[in-house]
Write a protein that binds this ligand. Sequence first.
Ligand SMILES: [Zn+2]
Ligand SMILES: [Zn+2]
Length: 128
Amino acid sequence: MSESKSSRLDDLVARSRQDQAARERGYREQALKMYPWVCGRCGREFTRANLRELTVHHRDHNHDNNPPDGSNWELLCLYCHDNEHQRFTDAAPGRGTTHGSTATHSPFAGLAGLLKGDRDAGDDSSSS
Ligand SMILES: [Zn+2]
Ligand SMILES: [Zn+2]
């Protein structure tokens, strides 16, 4: 019944995943053909044996930006690639500071205080 529908969706998802994988393989191969197999940060050299540890980094961090001249690619080893992205996210504003839950500035918190204040004020006036 709904099987055909869901399998068609699965098919679509699988196909778009394949597309993406193919695209990533595509630019990786191109970048590896274009550049020497050396990490652009630490200078580590790579051979076929450990080539899968050499990754393609996108200078502008946009994986969809793959100009054929390779100007947006940089070959980085896994570690330097990781560092590069960490640096990028660290630089992003607001990262690292875990602000309290949004409940802190919920309007109801103030309302509760007001209501409580009212009752307290009443107590105060009677006591003073
Ligand atoms: Zn490296
Ligand atoms: Zn990257």
